[in-house]
Design a protein around this ligand. Sequence first.
Ligand SMILES: Nc1nc2c(ncn2[C@@H]2O[C@H](COP(=O)(O)OP(=O)(O)OP(=O)(O)O)[C@@H](O)[C@H]2O)c(=O)[nH]1
Ligand SMILES: [Mg+2]
Length: 520
Amino acid sequence: MACGAPAPPDPEASRTFHLPLIPDFLYEARAIARSVVDFSAGAHVRLGVTGLSRAGKTVFITALIEQLTKAAAPALRGRKNALPVFRVHAEGRLIGAALEPQPDDDVPRFAYEDHIDALAGPGGRAEARHWPQSTRRISELRLRLAYQQKGGLRPGRHFLTLDIVDYPGEWLLDLPLLTKSFAQWSKESFEAAATAARAPLAAQWRGYVAQHDPRAKFDEAEARQAAELFTAYLRACRAEEYGFSSLPPGRFLMPGDLAGSPALTFAPLAVEPYDMFAPNSLAAMMERRYEAYKAHVVKPFFRDHFSRLDRQIVLVDALAALNAGPAAMRDLETALADVLTAFRAGRSNMLSALFRPKIDRILFAATKADHLHHTSHDRLEAILRHLTARAIKRVEGVGAEVDVIALAAVRATREAKVDGHGGPALEAVIGTPIEGERIGGEVFDGETEAAIFPGELPADPKAVFRDAAIAAASPAPEVDYRFVRFRPPVLARAADGTALPAPHIRFDRALQFLIGDKLT
Ligand SMILES: Nc1nc2c(ncn2[C@@H]2O[C@H](COP(=O)(O)OP(=O)(O)OP(=O)(O)O)[C@@H](O)[C@H]2O)c(=O)[nH]1
Ligand SMILES: [Mg+2]
C-alpha cells in the first residue's frame, strides 16, 4: 500500500518509540568490538534457548544451571552416572561451574535463584514445591565452566564462558514481516482467519473490520478496538483446545515490556497493494504503526540479540499439540518452519545487511518426555523429527548441524508396571498430578501420587497428523494418549543436606550436543 503523501510527524508516536535505532555501520563496529572482548576472555558460547510459550524454557535453563554448578560440587562428587553422555563430566574432567555477572546491562537477568527456590519448595519446604512462574521477556545469565583438557594435553584449568539467553519463540515468527508490506501482511492475515478452524474465532474481529472503512479519518479509540479484537482472536487460537502456534506479530501474544504500548496498536485492514490513502486515514495510520513495529521492535531484536547466538536449542511441547489434535500438530509444524526461516535468512537474502546469524548447532527438543513411559521416548523423538523435517530442510546448506531429541529437564515421574486387569501388565508412570488435573471422572488433589497409563505413541509418526475423518476411513494404529500435568519431584539431598539436581531424561545428550565439543 502506498499512501498519498508522507504522514506528518505525530507527537504521540515520537513520545512512544524510545527504543534506540542504531545505524548499521555502528552496529558492525559494536559487533566487532564484542567479538574482540569475547575472544580475549577465552572460549565462549552464547546459547539461545527458545520455544513457544509454555514449551519449557525456564525449567530447562534452571535445570541446566543446577546440573552444571552442582556436577562438580564436593558433596556430590562420584555422581558420574548422573550425566553419562556429557563427556567432560563422565570422564571426571569438569572442575566446576559458577555464575558470573552477565555481559549486557540492558538485558534482565534470568531469575535462577527464584526458579530453583520454586522447584525445590520455597525456603526448603518440599511440600510447597511448584513450577516456576511463566516468563514474558528476554533474559540472560552467564556461567563459567572450569575443566581439564582430554588426555591432559595442556594440563591445568581451562575455561568456557557460557552465556544463556532465554527469549520467546514467538518473536522469531516476526522475521517474515520485515520483508512484507502492510497490505501483504493484512491479506495473509485475512486469508488465515478465513480457514475453517479459525473463522469462528475471528468472527468478531472480522465483523468489526467490515464496518470500518480504511479510508475513514483515523480515530485512536477505533484503532485500539481493532487491535484488541485482533489480539483476542490470536489468543483464542492459542487457547489450549486449539493449540495453534503460527501467529505473527509475535509481540501481540508475547508483548514483553511493550504491553499496552501504541507500538502494538494496529491491526490488519482490507487493503490492496498500491491502494492510495490520505495521510490522516485509518489505513495510513495503521500502516505507519506496522512499519514502526518492524523498525523499532522486530529489527533491534534480530540485530542485537539473535545475531549474536552461537548455539540454539528450540524447545517444543509436542505433547500439548498431540493432545490438541492433528490441526494443532500441523500448525506447530508451520510455526517451526517459520521459526527456522530466521536461522537461514541472514545468510542468503536481503536481510543479511541487518543481521548475520552465526549459529552452528541447532537442537530441537521435545520437552516433558517424563509424561511418557520410556518405551515411547524414541517415538516422541520420531514425531518431533517428522514435525521439524520441513524446518530442518530450510536450514540445510547454511552450515549448521541440526539434531532432534526427546527429553525431560526435570523428571517428575517414575515408571512401574500396573495390573492390566486380566490383560498384560500396563507400563505406567507414577507422579503427583497437579491439583485440579483430571482423568475421566477423577479429579486429583495435588498431594496424592497416582499411577497413570499415558498410552503409547504410534510407531508411525505420520499417524498423529491425520485428521479424525481420514483416520476413520483408513484406520491408523492406535492413537490414544492421555497426559496430566505433574508437580515437580521432591528433590533428594546429599549427606551434607545439599539438594541434588532433579532427575532428568536425556538431558546429558542435549548438553553434549550443545557444548560438549567445546570442553574437550
Ligand atoms: N513434567 C515436566 N513438566 C515440565 C518440564 N518442563 C516444563 N514443564 C511444565 O511446563 C510448564 C512450562 O514450563 P516453563 O519452563 O515455565 O516454560 P516456558 O517456555 O518458560 O514458558 P513461558 O515462560 O510461559 O514462555 C511448567 O510449568 C511445567 O508444568 C519437565 O521437564 N517435566
Ligand atoms: Mg519462561
